[in-house]
Design a protein around this ligand. Sequence first.
Ligand SMILES: C[S@@+](CC[C@H](N)C(=O)[O-])C[C@H]1O[C@@H](n2cnc3c(N)ncnc32)[C@H](O)[C@@H]1O
Length: 222
Amino acid sequence: MNPQVAKFVKEAQFSSPLRRYFFPRYAYNFTPPQLSYLCQCIEATRYVEGSIAEVGCFDGSATVFLNKYMDAQGITKDYFAVDTFCGFVAEDIRVEVDERGKSRDMFKGFQSNKKRWFDGTMKQNGITRVRSIQADVNQFDLTTLGPLSFCLLDVDLYRPIKKSLHELYDVLLPGGIIVVDDCDASVARWDGADQAYKEFMQDRGEPICIVHSKLGKIVKPS
Ligand SMILES: C[S@@+](CC[C@H](N)C(=O)[O-])C[C@H]1O[C@@H](n2cnc3c(N)ncnc32)[C@H](O)[C@@H]1O
């Protein structure tokens, strides 16, 4: 495009109410230190055989970042990305509302999504190793993803995390790491993640290890 025309179009975008869609915005649910920590976990498990899984991947922002890290570091493992691709499921919300005293309005996020959009985002970023799986984790046997070396578990609510942790840990290889996002008891909306993580660690007699304010770490002994 002619540079003058391109600048005119860009100026029109800047002046429009849709400006935020055309100009760079911070795209992540993680701070830079948290993203950096996730990369460190991938690095620390580089020589553990097995795939990587992101359980709860939404639009693929973190998926792109972590896969670009893998590309840059020459890490060629398979990467599974699991999501409903339409937000929270009714029974998980019911548990938050009826059993954990939350407001139903808290859980309307992440509905504007499609597996096709996620797959297109991977393609647009030149990422070919990611296999997306559309499933409710409560219905899906996560052990079929194994063996795993690293997993980011990011489905936010108590019930799906409680269920997922046991299956993911079963197929995590010795030396492997699981990171549970949102382990922050001070955030009412997501404190189910914190509860499920802490119960898992207590059941196993392992010390709680929450890094960068909200990343619950689980390491399988070698
Ligand atoms: C915080 S987002 C994930 C963000 C993503 N890891 C990132 O950093 O870009 C949480 C995701 O979990 C998904 N989710 C919630 N409950 C689920 C369930 N029962 N089964 C599968 N996915 C679920 C939602 O659809 C949503 O996309």
